[in-house]
Each structure stands twice: as C-alpha cells, then as structure tokens.
Write a new protein. Structure first.
Length: 139
C-alpha cells in the first residue's frame, strides 16, 4: 500500500511546480524563452521540479506496491503502466518527460528552447499523473 503521507508531500511538490509552469505558460512566449536567460532559468527549474516530482512519485509507488524495479527514470513509468496505474499513452509521454529532465539536469545536448516552449504547452501530462495518483491514494 502506498504511503499516503509521502504521496501527499510529493503531490504537493508537483502541484506547486505546475502552478509555476501554468504562470510561465501565460507570460513567457517562445521568443522570450529563446532570448531571456532569466525566463529560461525560471521555466527550466520549474519544469525540472515538476518532472522530478513525477519520477519520485513513480519510484515511491513502485517501492510501496512491490512493482518491478525500473532500470531508470523512464522505466519507472513503464512499471506503473504494467501495474495499471497509467495507460500506455501516458506512460510513453511521461517517459519522454523523464528524458527531458535528463537533458535539463545534465546538459547532454544544447537545449532547444523552442522544444522547451512546446513541452511547456504539454505539461498536462504531468497534471494527469498527479490526478491519477491522487485518485488512487484517496487525496
């Protein structure tokens, strides 16, 4: 059974980051994101926090429910899919977010801020996981 208090703490962190992302989606257009280092840092940090909260939620569920231990961040969402927590499409999209998190955290490639702006518009995937987890753990 999922530790409700830990899930609530992680959901709170995710929701706080989503509030920031919602605000930035309304105030930071693609041109500004490409050219304004402050806007870049704000958006990237909030995006990182949101995705990391999703990853932490997934790993928490995997551990508490005794699911297949994932080999990496992307695979954590596959473990949730296998156990019926998320559907195939959401699991695949969340795996993509995990990849983006790695790009932000480790600078594997030069960040394409047009793609970051597009990802900002797709932040509903992160909110979808929050809704699924909240419903399953009863919060």
């Amino acid at each position: 059974m999922v530790d409700r208090a830990r899930a609530v703490a992680l959901l709170d962190a995710l929701r706080a980051a989503l509030v920031d992302l919602d605000r930035y989606a309304g105030t930071v257009d693609a041109a500004r994101l490409r050219t304004d280092p402050d806007a870049q840092n704000m958006v990237l940090f909030a995006m990182y926090r949101a995705v990391q909260a999703c990853i932490d939620l997934a790993h928490h569920i995997v551990a508490d429910e005794g699911l297949r231990v994932p080999a990496g961040y992307r695979a954590a969402f596959e473990s949730l899919r296998e156990a019926g927590w998320v559907d195939d499409d959401l699991a695949a999209r969340l795996a993509g977010w995990a990849g983006l998190r790695n790009v932000i955290a480790h600078g594997y490639v030069r960040i394409d801020f047009n793609r970051i702006h597009a990802a900002l518009a797709g932040r509903g995937d992160l909110a979808a996981l929050a809704a699924v987890v909240a419903a399953r753990v009863g919060v």
